[in-house]
Write a protein that binds this ligand. Structure first.
Ligand SMILES: NC(=O)c1ccc[n+]([C@@H]2O[C@H](COP(=O)([O-])OP(=O)(O)OC[C@H]3O[C@@H](n4cnc5c(N)ncnc54)[C@H](OP(=O)(O)O)[C@@H]3O)[C@@H](O)[C@H]2O)c1
Length: 277
C-alpha cells in the first residue's frame, strides 16, 4: 500500500484539458491547491480556460499523438513548474461508425492519441516524478467489450486498461500508482460534435456529467491502492463485463437496448438542440 497524495503545491499534467472531462478534472485539481499543466492542441481555447482558472493553470499546446512531443512534455513541465506529481491521461479521439468508412490514417490516429501517447508520456513522466506520484487514465466502458461501430476505439481503450493493469507492478517499484477510470456516455463535445453517428447502444446507458467523471478521477488520485479501475456509472461497468463474458446475451439484449437508446438519444437531442431533425 502506498500513502495517498496531498494536492497542495503538487504539479499535475492533464491532457485534453481545454474542455469536457479534462477541464472538470483540472478545475478540481486547481481548487485543491495543485498547479496544472493544461494540455490540448487548440491554443486559443486552451489559453481562455487557463485564464478562467487562474495562474495555477498553465497552457502547454501539444498533440499527444505526436510521440516526440509527448515524450518531451514531462521534462518541459518539470522545468517550468518545478516538479511533477500527477499525470492524467485524458485526451482521446473517436472516429465513429463502421471502420471501413474511415481512412487508415484516421484509424491509426486513434491508437496514437488514445494508447501510444499515454504509454510514452507515462514512461517519460516516471523519469521526473518522485515516489508518491500517480497516473490516472481516462479509459471507457467501450474498452471492456467490442462495441459495434466503435471497434477501433474500443480496442484502443481496452489496450489502455490492460496496459495499466500490467504496468501497476512496474510502477509500484518506483512508488508510483496507476489507475483507470472508465466512463460510459458523458455529456461533452465528444458526443455532441459527432452526434448523428453516436450509436443507440451508447445512448442506452445512463449519461454522466463531466464533473461526475472528474470526481472519480480525483478519487483515483487520492486512493492508496494501485492498479484499480473505477467504472462510471458502476452498474454500467458490470453490464459491460457481463456482455463481454457472455456475448450471446449481449446479442439477445441488443434490440431492447437500442430501443431504449433511441428514446434517450431523442431526449438528449431535444435538450441540447442537436441532430438532424
Ligand atoms: N464523452 C464521452 O461520452 C466519453 C465516454 C467515455 C470515455 N470518454 C473519454 O474521455 C476523454 C475525454 O473526453 P471528453 O468527453 O472530455 O471530450 P471533449 O470534451 O471533446 O474534450 C477533448 C479534449 O481533448 C483534447 N484533445 C483531443 N485530441 C488531442 C490530442 N491529440 N492531443 C492533445 N489534446 C487533445 C481537446 O482539445 P483540442 O481538440 O484542442 O486538442 C479537448 O481538450 C477521452 O479520452 C474519451 O475517450 C469520453
Amino acid at each position: 500500500m502506498i500513502a495517498p497524495i496531498e494536492l497542495t503545491d503538487r504539479v499535475a499534467i492533464v491532457t485534453g484539458a481545454s474542455s469536457g472531462i479534462g477541464l472538470a478534472v483540472a478545475r478540481r485539481l486547481v481548487a485543491g491547491g495543485a498547479t496544472v499543466a493544461m494540455v490540448a492542441r487548440g491554443a486559443e481555447r486552451l489559453r481562455r480556460v487557463c485564464q478562467e482558472l487562474g495562474e495555477r493553470a498553465q497552457p502547454f499546446v501539444r498533440d499527444i499523438g505526436d510521440v516526440p512531443a509527448a515524450i518531451a512534455l514531462p521534462g518541459d513541465v518539470a522545468r517550468q513548474l518545478g516538479r511533477l506529481d500527477i499525470l492524467v491521461n485524458n485526451a482521446g479521439v473517436h472516429h465513429r461508425g463502421d471502420m471501413l468508412r474511415h481512412a487508415p490514417g484516421d484509424l491509426a490516429q486513434m491508437y496514437m492519441v488514445n494508447l501510444v501517447g499515454p504509454v510514452v508520456l507515462t514512461r517519460a513522466a516516471v523519469d521526473v516524478m518522485s515516489a508518491g506520484g500517480v497516473i490516472v487514465n481516462v479509459g471507457s466502458l467501450a474498452g471492456k467489450l467490442g462495441v459495434p461501430g466503435s471497434a477501433v476505439y474500443s480496442s484502443t481503450k481496452a489496450g489502455l486498461r490492460i496496459w495499466a493493469l500490467g504496468a501497476a507492478e512496474d510502477l509500484a517499484r518506483r512508488g508510483i500508482r496507476i489507475a483507470t477510470v472508465n466512463p460510459g456516455p458523458v455529456d461533452t463535445g465528444f458526443l455532441d460534435d459527432d452526434f448523428d453517428n453516436v450509436s443507440l447502444l451508447t445512448f442506452s446507458q445512463p449519461m454522466s456529467t463531466a464533473d461526475q467523471v472528474a470526481a472519480r478521477v480525483l478519487a483515483a488520485i487520492h486512493s492508496d491502492q494501485t492498479g484499480i479501475e473505477l467504472d462510471v456509472p458502476y452498474l454500467s461497468g458490470k453490464l459491460a463485463t457481463v456482455n463481454y463474458l457472455v456475448p450471446g446475451l449481449g446479442r439477445v439484449m441488443r434490440p431492447l437496448l437500442e430501443k431504449l437508446g433511441a428514446k434517450a438519444k431523442a431526449r438528449y437531442a431535444a435538450r441540447r438542440g442537436l441532430g438532424r431533425s
